[in-house]
Design a protein around this ligand. Structure first.
Ligand code: GAL
Length: 400
């Protein structure tokens, strides 16, 4: 009898206090994830080299901090159910790897799955959530990406809450990244469960198009950008719409990489690089480390951008920023260079969702081009520019 009462009290207190760790992602998380470039071919040397490269390339200096090992790090569970890394690929063990990453001033992320098995066929966390959360806490994990393969009839919110509660009970603050592909509208319930949620299936290194893989499809940059125009209201500090890890440096043209990066910044998406950090071209480094473009992504208001103007093959995306500034991204979706003459004149950019607006009649704004890094006049003059195919011009408007 006594034991039942104690158990009931314990259970009540766990569920009453279970919550996500608040405040771990007040701006969109920035880091690197192994999947897009290396898939299942991961090992401890590769991960350490990625950490070294994040520092040497200057990425850490501009805000990237998470080094996340995606699928396929796993070995087997032992007789007590504890998970171990693959002993051939991670012979030193995860604690040593985590210590290495931490010693560089970076943070350590790992991957699991709400189902029986991960998408790569390794042990998933279903039925082992509390045990796995304890293990991750012991390893010093700071970020968990939690996938949705092999989940049968599980209820998505319930499954993700279960892991959220397990992480909370393990008492190590861990950013919780929901990778459920948008199947069960995670934007509607994700805020109380995790810090970011994927809004789509997997990205591919394609600017405009898709790639079939039999039973599933991976998406180009524009396809993910356009997929869910109605969910920006769900995103904000500590709860982000995740447009997927980036494909910058994975084979698209420099213009396409620049556009991809700019758009992910405009959308306040998490910025997880997905390329080989050890072997980056100077162009890739320049794109990934543009501080002024990153500042748009990391703006403390945390408002996701929206399309505010469209003409022929080009359009403008807007993102209200702190202090009344506004970021604008002119995007050319078409195959030809677009010559643009944009008269700010009578135009008003209005964000009904977040109750922000700029009117160029009432106020004059100073304009800075965030890629050429030049101040280019004010909104009193007609803005004239050319945008190459699949490229962008990204501006920040400052109140005068
Ligand atoms: C997918 C996920 C990818 C990657 C992959 C690993 O479900 O969307 O980002 O994690 O699984 O198998």
């Amino acid at each position: 009898m006594k034991r039942t009462v104690i158990a009931a009290v314990l259970l009540c207190s766990v569920s009453a206090f279970a919550q996500k760790f608040e405040g771990l992602a007040l701006t969109p998380p920035m880091g690197w994830n192994s999947w897009n470039c290396f898939g299942c071919d991961v090992n401890e040397v590769l991960i350490m080299q990625a950490a070294d490269a994040m520092i040497e390339s200057g990425m850490k200096d501009v805000g990237y901090q998470y080094i996340v090992i995606d699928d396929c790090w796993h070995g087997e569970r032992d007789s007590l159910g504890f998970i171990h890394p693959n002993p051939e690929h991670f012979p030193s063990g995860m604690k040593v790897l985590s210590d290495y990453i931490h010693s560089k001033g970076l943070k350590f992320g790992i991957y699991s799955d709400a189902g029986w098995k991960t998408c790569g066929g390794h042990p998933g966390s279903r039925g082992y959530e509390y045990q796995d959360a304890l293990t991750y806490a012991e390893w010093g994990v700071d970020y968990l990406k939690y996938d949705w393969c092999n989940t049968d009839d599980l209820n998505a919110k319930g499954a993700y809450m279960n892991m959220r509660n397990a992480l909370f009970a393990a008492e190590r603050p861990i950013v919780f990244s929901l990778c459920e592909w948008g199947n069960n509208q995670p934007w509607e319930w994700g805020k109380e469960v995790g810090h970011l949620w994927r809004i789509s299936g997997d990205i591919a290194p394609i600017f405009d198009g898709e790639e079939g893989h039999g039973s599933w499809i991976s998406w180009g940059v524009l396809q993910i950008l356009d997929m869910r125009p109605d969910i920006r209201k769900y995103a904000g500090p500590d709860h982000w719409n995740d447009f997927d890890m980036m494909e910058v440096g994975n084979g698209m043209s420099v213009a396409e990489d620049r556009a991809h990066f700019s758009l992910w910044c405009m959308m306040a998406s998490p910025l997880m690089a997905g390329n080989d950090l050890q072997h980056m071209s100077q162009e890739t480094i320049t794109i990934l480390t543009n501080r002024e473009v990153i500042a748009v992504n990391q703006d403390s208001l945390g408002i996701q951008g929206f399309r505010c103007y469209q003409k022929d093959d080009w359009e403008i995306w807007a993102k209200p920023l702190k202090g009344g500034d506004m970021a604008l991204c002119f995007l050319n979706r078409g195959k030809n260079t677009e010559k643009i003459e944009f008269d700010w004149g009578e135009k008003i950019i209005k964000d009904d969702e977040f109750k922000k607006q700029v009117s160029f009649v009432e106020k004059e704004y100073q304009i800075r081009d965030l890629w050429t890094k030049k101040d280019i006049g004010t909104t009193k003059q007609i803005f004239k520019t050319k945008i190459a195919s699949h490229d962008v011009v990204m501006l920040r408007l400052f109140k005068k």
